[in-house]
Design a protein around this ligand. Structure first.
Ligand SMILES: [Zn+2]
Ligand SMILES: [Zn+2]
Length: 342
């Protein structure tokens, strides 16, 4: 038997004893070691997202080891550390062939549309298992999935060295955007958030300029970009008014990376003529998959990302309720992770 944290209703986990699942053909049984709590998990916890799935086991930012393999699985070895791509596509459709799995009509996501990783074991498609070096800590490996989301956004935005960037939001994902931009060589990197301590942390993590007073943001961005506005703006909060701010602070011909999730009805009005004449672009992206996961893992393995603020808050599975209940009171912890019993 194994323990699993089941979200039985919004706001309430119960630890259940369940049989350890068996991997079928094409599947791998993962012994989970560590799982990050994502903003999406918080939305599910509060009943704002995927509420129709309850009761369910959330959790999709995880690492572990291969406990067993299905009968026909080759190329993987039981015992080794792994991370897992959470997005399950059909593999055959137009969208899957393009690694745009969120558009696959049969798309499923671990911990969102099916039971996930806040459990001691989990069965996953073996093709989505990515071996990881044993020398990298579980705490760092559990950051692969959130970093992959940021990697994909940078890829879609075609970030290159010397580009100015404005990151709106200095939470966990905003911080990772800042760090990846720094690694790529974007400059200057401006970060803004109304939480001054998170702006300070983003400055520690590689941002050049921090703004916590929205009234000074425009002036600061213009001064840092010779009056043009930022080459790249990344909205990483999910508020329609901040998207509008982002559009206004983007230079002519710039790129707005739409990343922060809004409600389904939020809209952004684009001035058509400016969009045409200035060659402006807006592109959405939020989930890392396929090569994004591999690239994120490489960046973590080779120490390109500062992870201390992401890895120090860890709760045992038995205390998952306390971990979720206390997150809002711990803004200095960029990430909270759940550790499985060993
Ligand atoms: Zn996530
Ligand atoms: Zn598909």
């Amino acid at each position: 038997m194994m323990q699993a944290a089941v979200l039985v209703e919004p706001g309430r986990f119960e630890i259940e004893e369940r049989p350890i699942p068996k991997p079928g053909p094409g599947e791998a049984l993962i012994r989970i070691s560590r799982v990050g709590i994502c903003g999406t998990d918080l939305h599910i916890f509060h009943g704002h997202y995927a509420a129709e799935q309850l009761p369910m086991v959330p959790g999709h930012e995880f690492t572990g080891t291969i406990a067993a393999l299905g009968p026909d699985v080759t190329g993987l070895t039981p015992g080794g550390k792994v991370v897992v791509d959470m997005n399950i596509g059909c593999t055959r459709c137009f969208w899957c062939r393009r690694n745009e799995i969120l558009n696959c009509p049969e798309m499923r996501q671990m911990g969102i549309t099916m039971d996930g990783a806040f459990a001691e074991h989990m069965v996953v498609p073996a093709r989505l298992v990515i071996p990881a070096p044993d020398r990298v800590s579980d705490a760092v490996l559990a950051l692969t999935e959130p970093l992959a989301c940021v990697v994909r956004a940078a890829r879609k935005a075609r970030v290159s060295f010397g580009q100015s960037a404005l990151v709106i939001g200095a939470g966990p994902i905003g911080n990772l955007h800042v760090q990846l931009l720094r690694t790529i060589g974007a400059a200057p990197i401006i970060v803004t958030d109304i939480a001054a301590d998170r702006v300070a942390l983003a400055l520690d993590c590689g941002a050049d300029i921090g703004v916590s007073d929205p009234a000074t943001l425009r002036q600061t961005v213009l001064e840092a970009t010779q009056g043009r506005g930022a080459d790249l703006v990344i909205e990483s909060v999910g508020q329609a008014d901040l998207y509008r701010t982002g559009l206004r602070l983007m230079r002519k011909g710039g790129h707005l990376a739409a990343f922060g999730l809004t409600g389904p009805d939020a809209e952004l009005a684009l001035p058509i003529l400016d969009t045409i004449l200035q060659e402006n672009s807006v592109k959405g992206s939020v989930a890392g998959m396929g090569q994004d996961m591999h690239d994120a893992l490489t960046l973590l393995v080779y120490g390109r990302i500062a992870t201390d603020a992401f890895t120090r808050a860890a709760y045992p599975l038995a205390e998952i309720q306390a971990a979720f209940d206390s997150i809002a009171d711990r803004p200095g912890d960029l990430k909270t992770q759940i550790v499985m019993p060993s």
